[in-house]
Design a protein around this ligand. Structure first.
Ligand code: IMP
Length: 191
């Protein structure tokens, strides 16, 4: 069985191929000859994930899945959420996002937050989504060098380390994306 992962992120592609059974071949956008931008026009992770998967399915007629992730901070009413990648501006760096978030939380006692990932899967006859979530705290300052995005300031519940201080395999075991992808993998393995 072949499925397309509607992402340009090769690390995610490698990660998911490791989780899925070898009978399922995950094709990249490059493998199917797609170049360009996939629209992400909505204000929820679910809608964006489905939009991306549907966009590629409609053009190639190959079962397709896509993911969308956001960091939801309680005291900011769920922001940056769907805007996590561009919280500090369209072309901003992860560092800019981190600094903006630390500033927004300055003096706030409630630093509860959660990463949430939605994986959407679209075939000719099916549309399913799978969610993964991990709760934690936004740290007062950056800790650790590993990972990406907001990892240096996110400490998952029950741990003393930030995501950026964890081995990627340990992070995957508890992370939002790991959970959503494993739910998706269980589903697709059962087909
Ligand atoms: P995406 O939907 O996976 O591209 O994620 C959107 C944005 O959320 C990324 O650009 C990062 O800023 C942030 N993000 C997603 N997953 C993680 C993670 O595992 N650690 C830290 N930041 C993340």
């Amino acid at each position: 069985m072949q499925i397309v992962f509607a992402t340009n992120n090769l690390n995610k592609l490698k990660e998911i191929q490791q989780i899925l059974p070898s009978s399922i071949r995950v094709l990249s956008l490059k493998d199917i000859g797609f170049e360009g931008e996939i629209p992400e026009d909505y204000e929820t992770l679910e809608e964006n994930a489905f939009q991306k998967a549907q966009y590629i399915f409609d053009r190639f007629q190959i079962p397709c899945f896509a993911d969308d992730t956001g960091l939801e901070v309680e005291v900011l009413n769920g922001a940056p959420g769907v805007y996590s990648a561009r919280y500090a501006g369209e072309e901003c760096l992860a560092e800019n996002n981190i600094q903006k978030l630390l500033l927004a939380l300055q003096g706030k006692l409630n630093r509860n937050a959660a990463f949430r990932t939605v994986v959407a899967f679209v075939t000719e006859t099916e549309k399913y989504s799978f969610e993964g979530k991990v709760g934690g705290q936004i740290l007062l300052q950056k800790q650790g060098e590993k990972g990406f995005g907001y990892d240096p300031i996110f400490q998952p519940e029950g741990y003393k380390l930030s995501f950026a201080e964890m081995l990627s395999s340990d992070k995957n075991d508890i992370s939002h994306r790991g959970k959503a992808v494993r739910k998706f993998a269980n589903y697709i393995s059962s087909l």
